[in-house]
Design a protein around this ligand. Sequence first.
Ligand SMILES: Nc1ncnc2c1ncn2[C@@H]1O[C@H](COP(=O)(O)OP(=O)(O)OP(=O)(O)O)[C@@H](O)[C@H]1O
Ligand SMILES: [Mg+2]
Length: 314
Amino acid sequence: MTFQGRFADSLIAEQLEQVSLSFLASGLEIRRGGVGGNISFGMGVLGLRPVLVGAAGPDFADYRSWLERHGVDCESVHISDSAHTARFVCTTDAVLAQIATFYPGAMSEARDLELAPVAQRVGELELVLIGPDDPEAMLRHTDECRERGIPFAADPSQQMAFMDGPAIRRLIDGATYLFTNEYESHLAEQKTGWDAAEIAERVQTRVITRGAEGCTVFTRGEEPISVGVVPARTVADPTGVGDAFRAGFLAALGWGLELRQCAQLGAVMATHVVETVGTQEYAENLTGLRARLAEVYGDADADAIAAHLPESRV
Ligand SMILES: Nc1ncnc2c1ncn2[C@@H]1O[C@H](COP(=O)(O)OP(=O)(O)OP(=O)(O)O)[C@@H](O)[C@H]1O
Ligand SMILES: [Mg+2]
């Protein structure tokens, strides 16, 4: 929601003990989101069939049909019978100050989910990405991957700030891929007490994204690869860039492309998110990818990626 005044004008320092405030909002926008939803949506629009695993509420029906229309398998989403789907509600005032609330709701039931039945239903799990979720669920899914020898990608994102060192170690030790932005990469090192060299011993490939400066991919025993961004034509709203980047990266990985090309497809997906408002509103604009990739990365990589894209996206 947007509030045209300033929150600060209503907050009286001496009265903070008994705050009871209501703001008259001038705008309300409701958007789909959530890391799991965003990443699987992006993979779906690139023609893959990702399996979304998590817990939602009975209000998930509309979101489910949207995701399924865009290629996401939602059969393994658990529906709670007592709590609503997680939701983030934020009000921004005229000077961009924010008052926000996050309701995890059904999300905490993700800790009861097992991956084995998912694997049985869909066949072999090629890679499990464990994104920010109920912390207990993240740990449990990671442990299950390790026990069953399922390759996993660690992507703790914003949960990194709330989890302690031992928990973060458990999330990333033995990961095939570790995704973080630059800030989270420092947080990971600080909280685990493992420096870059030690993380490199425990993780096969580490991807660090650096906003408009692109990303670097570190693989054990190989030279680091740096990939720049696909410049955005307009900057509408950067929310969700990290998720779109992962969607493109994972899609290309699924097609067996090189890590450089995975990062390139990730970058062009992120650029589409920057150019639209919202995290899942870019599907209609996702065309002409070959030309856009070729402009920045050259014809050879663009062709290699385009060979796997659905016809409507090339
Ligand atoms: N302004 C931008 N223009 C073009 N590409 C961008 C821009 N910002 C980010 N990207 C792309 O998105 C990728 C991920 O960005 P970033 O490192 O900001 O992720 P993040 O901090 O996890 O974002 P968020 O969590 O807010 O989604 C970058 O590596 C880059 O390819
Ligand atoms: Mg992020």
